[in-house]
Ligand binder design. Structure first.
Ligand code: FES
Length: 110
């Protein structure tokens, strides 16, 4: 069971530590039923569903450019802030709030 913290009545689950992340490179986390791709872009962190809604590519292996990640399989691109697919309309995915506390990275999975 991963540690959690509660912020503004929302429960956040520990993912890892700031130093685990390489800017522009995704990290993959499987937590309960959640399959996440997590990215550090500048000083911000983003969590998005790892499984591409097109045909199941792994977005954690995608290329990041600014706040966008491109699926390595067929190159559809998703906005990391809201999961919008900017390549194909109505093929959006989910994102999850991420916070940093004392060098630890947490995501809200509820
Ligand atoms: S599986 Fe991701 S774009 Fe096709």
């Amino acid at each position: 069971m991963r540690p959690t913290i509660t912020v503004d009545n929302r429960v956040y689950t520990l993912l890892g530590y700031v130093e685990d992340f390489i800017p522009g490179k995704g990290r993959h986390y499987q937590i309960d039923t959640f399959d996440l791709a997590v990215f550090k872009v500048g000083d911000k962190f983003y969590a998005i569903d790892n499984i591409c809604p097109h045909q199941g590519g792994s977005l954690s292996l995608g290329e990041v450019d600014d706040d966008f990640v491109t699926c390595p399989v067929h190159e559809q691109t998703f906005h990391l802030t809201d999961g919008k697919n900017i390549t194909v309309e109505e093929n959006d995915t989910l994102t999850y709030p991420v916070i940093e506390r004392d060098g630890k990275i947490f995501a809200c999975l509820t």
